[in-house]
Design a protein around this ligand. Sequence first.
Ligand code: HEC
Length: 157
Amino acid sequence: MKRFLLLLGAVLLAGLGATWARHNAQENSDKPKGAADDYKIPAADAARANPVKSSAEGLAEARKVFGYDCEMCHGAKGDGKGDVVESMKLTMHDWRDPATLANVTDGEIFYIITKGKGKMMAEGERVSEKLRWNLVNLVRALAAKGEPKSAAAGENR
Ligand code: HEC
């Protein structure tokens, strides 16, 4: 009899354990997915054409803002090696690789600059729409530069 009770106890305990595990699993699957998974750029925004032509003045203006608001993550050259990348544990993309932004539209870049993405904060209405399009032009200009011709020229990190 004693043995039977022990066995019964063990069976009950095992059952409880299984219920608890199931409950936990369910709780985990109910959690909202990571922001990156849910990130969708509306088709109309992605299709927007850049109304601002790239110009020396526009790029210079964007460069200033880039220095304050973007460089610490994306790096001065757009290589994704900014100063805070390590401490913030960011996964950055190297824009100098032509493949990185090849399939990204101007509209999508504008949307990401405006709304932010993942750990990147939104530039939003802090700067004018025109300046945000010029930031798009600057991102493209950095991408067009490609790999620096020689490692000695400016590879300082
Ligand atoms: C806090 C760090 C941080 C700052 C500041 C920041 N970004 Fe980002 N940015 C990111 C990260 C991280 C991603 C990738 C997000 C993802 O895909 O989840 C990203 C993505 C992008 C993308 C999409 C292409 C890519 O590389 O994934 C563009 C374009 C971009 N950023 C432009 C800018 C511009 C322009 C600024 C300044 C106005 C800026 N970012 C400021 C961290 C930052």
